[in-house]
Design a protein around this ligand. Structure first.
Ligand SMILES: [Fe+2]
Ligand SMILES: [Fe+2]
Length: 153
């Protein structure tokens, strides 16, 4: 597995564990739930945007794998849009309201589906299609992109 895959999977696992924490924090603990959701939202948004700017854009530019990866990537981009829309929807709700949990669970399911697709299909194909040198440079650029997005928000 490349360092790039490891970085992406470790971001995904962070989102998974934050989601579990939110789901196991009782509704009445509003401040704790809000802080967890704010962190979750920020992590997911930064990961998705950095992934698009660095990894997806490289796939689009190089079109390796007879464009198969590019098709998967554009599907992934649509899923990012759906996930962002659900994040905004949750953001407008009260974290201590029952309705929040319903919308948040939909978000967690959509994100899990997306992350699994990246982990099972996109990343192995990416590791085959690009040289070690390219994968290393993508890994570096992805972490730099996340750093600069973190400093901006
Ligand atoms: Fe993604
Ligand atoms: Fe991802």
């Amino acid at each position: 597995m490349s360092n790039l895959s490891e970085q992406i999977i470790s971001d995904h696992n962070k989102a998974r564990s934050l989601a579990k924490e939110i789901q196991s924090t009782p509704l009445h603990q509003t401040m704790a739930r809000q802080a967890l959701f704010d962190e979750y939202k920020r992590e997911v948004k930064i990961h998705a945007l950095a992934e698009e700017r660095v990894v997806y854009s490289e796939i689009e530019r190089e079109q390796p794998n007879q464009g198969e990866l590019a098709r998967e990537m554009s599907h992934g981009e649509d899923e990012h849009d759906d996930i962002n829309a659900l994040l905004e929807k949750c953001d407008k709700l009260n974290v201590s309201d029952e309705i929040f949990n319903g919308t948040f669970n939909r978000l967690v399911d959509a994100l899990e589906h997306h992350m699994q697709q990246e982990e099972k299909d996109l990343l192995p194909e990416l590791n085959d299609a690009f040289s070690d040198k390219t994968l290393d440079s993508l890994n570096k650029r992805l972490s730099e992109q996340k750093e600069s997005l973190k400093n901006m928000t």
